[in-house]
Design a protein around this ligand. Structure first.
Ligand SMILES: Cc1cc2nc3c(=O)[nH]c(=O)nc-3n(C[C@H](O)[C@H](O)[C@H](O)COP(=O)(O)O)c2cc1C
Length: 381
């Protein structure tokens, strides 16, 4: 099967698993600890029931949604995902292109292989930048300045990584940056020749583009990855957030807050958006699910900030559930990454097509003609 014949996200996941070495696939697919945060986030979406209303003219439907004063054709976009270029050469830019063609936002990860400037030029008006603050604060400030110079309008600060996650599949597989080699990994690569041929053709460990500028003249992919890793997990506090607010003139979004009091404080500090997220269950196994967190965060901030949500979306119907539950916009992580890892641009586009089609069918089925009209009435009481 190729990506064109995938009929759902699970098909794309299977294709990605087939193509990628286990070391790589597990890094995408895995979760922290017992994976309960990951599994429950997915399960809570599929357990949600929607309440159909019939005898409504649903012949014309709209999936368009405005966010931060701009119209998008869809109410969902791509969540930031680091290292994507290791799974398919150029994956960051291919996902940006798919998002541009779908007229949806694409959040470029702070651990991107593409540079900030390349991504912004690939999908003007669609790229947001996510940052992981660096130990060297000057680098973070430079990321912010580069984003502004590249015409990016929305900055996302991810706060839910105070330390490295305990993802047990990665520990067992020996996943780390830069990628190191041993017999098991070489065998793993040999069993996945399509991925391996592409990896070798493009020169092995890709250069983390946004970080290359700080790693020293002519640094190799390995050296840049080592440098980036050495900059991770700084102590990062509300004072830093206030600094970013002063430096960044565009929209500021905070990603990964769970507690309503933190949400209130982020809005008071000038954030215009909050991504309710448990990092796709990758970071903290005992984190609440995004659907469980959403109502309290929404109640805490009211209309003072846009409430965005990610984590566990595998079906278009999940997007409907999130919007009906009060999210203003939804982001998809693995659903798109499985696509690009399975088949590059065609796979990312296929993921968008699948989710769009399922979303459209779902609203039609429940008698809704515009995603803007979704509210708690659509949920089974
Ligand atoms: C492979 C992978 C890499 C990720 N890298 C980042 C990252 O660099 N920055 C970030 O804020 N979140 C990162 N995330 C979390 C996503 O932005 C998002 O919160 C999560 O994937 C949503 O869950 P879902 O995959 O179930 O949609 C990553 C997720 C995955 C799967």
């Amino acid at each position: 099967m190729n990506v064109a014949r995938a009929i759902n996200i699970e098909d794309l996941r299977r294709l990605a698993r087939r193509r990628l070495p286990r070391l790589m696939f597990d890094w995408i697919d895995g979760g922290a600890g017992d994976k309960t945060a990951l599994e429950q986030s997915v399960a809570q979406f599929s357990a949600a029931r929607l309440s159909p209303r019939y005898l409504v003219d649903i012949s014309k439907r709209s999936l368009a949604k405005s966010l931060f004063g701009r119209d998008y054709a869809l109410p969902f976009g791509v969540a930031p995902m680091g290292n994507a270029g290791m799974f398919w050469t150029g994956a960051d830019l291919l996902m940006a292109q798919a998002a541009r063609e779908a007229d949806a936002p694409f959040i470029l990860s702070g651990a991107t292989v593409a540079t900030i400037e390349e991504a912004a030029a690939t999908a003007p008006g669609h790229v947001w930048l996510q940052i992981y603050p660096a130990r060297d604060r000057k680098i973070t400030q430079d990321f912010i300045a580069r984003a502004e110079a590249a015409g990016i309008e929305t900055l996302v600060v991810t706060v839910d990584l105070p330390l490295p996650a305990k993802r047990e599949r990665d520990i067992r597989n020996g996943f780390g940056l830069p990628i190191t080699y041993n017999f098991a990994k070489i065998l793993d690569a040999a069993l996945h020749p399509a991925w391996t041929a592409q990896w070798l053709r493009s020169g092995g460990m890709p250069k983390m583009g946004a970080w290359a500028a700080y790693a020293g003249e002519g640094a190799s992919g390995e050296e840049v990855a080592r440098f980036m890793t050495s900059q991770f997990f700084p102590v990062h506090t509300w004072a830093d957030l206030e600094l970013y607010r002063r430096l960044w003139k565009g929209k500021l979004v905070i990603k990964g807050l769970q507690h309503p009091e933190d949400a209130r404080r982020a809005v008071a500090a000038g954030c215009e958006g909050i991504i309710v997220s448990n990092h796709g269950g990758r970071q903290f196994d005992r984190a609440p699910t995004p659907l469980a967190t959403l109502p309290a965060v929404k109640a805490a901030v009211g209309d003072k900030a846009a409430i965005l949500l990610d984590g566990g979306v595998r079906r278009g119907a999940d997007i409907v559930v999130a919007l009906a539950s009060g999210a203003d916009f939804v982001f998809c992580g693995r659903a798109i990454l499985y696509g690009v890892a399975a088949g590059g641009l065609a796979g990312a586009t296929r993921a968008f097509d699948i989710l769009r089609d399922e979303l459209d069918r779902t609203i039609a089925q429940i008698g809704i003609t515009s995603v803007d009209a979704l509210n708690a009435d659509a949920l089974q009481r």
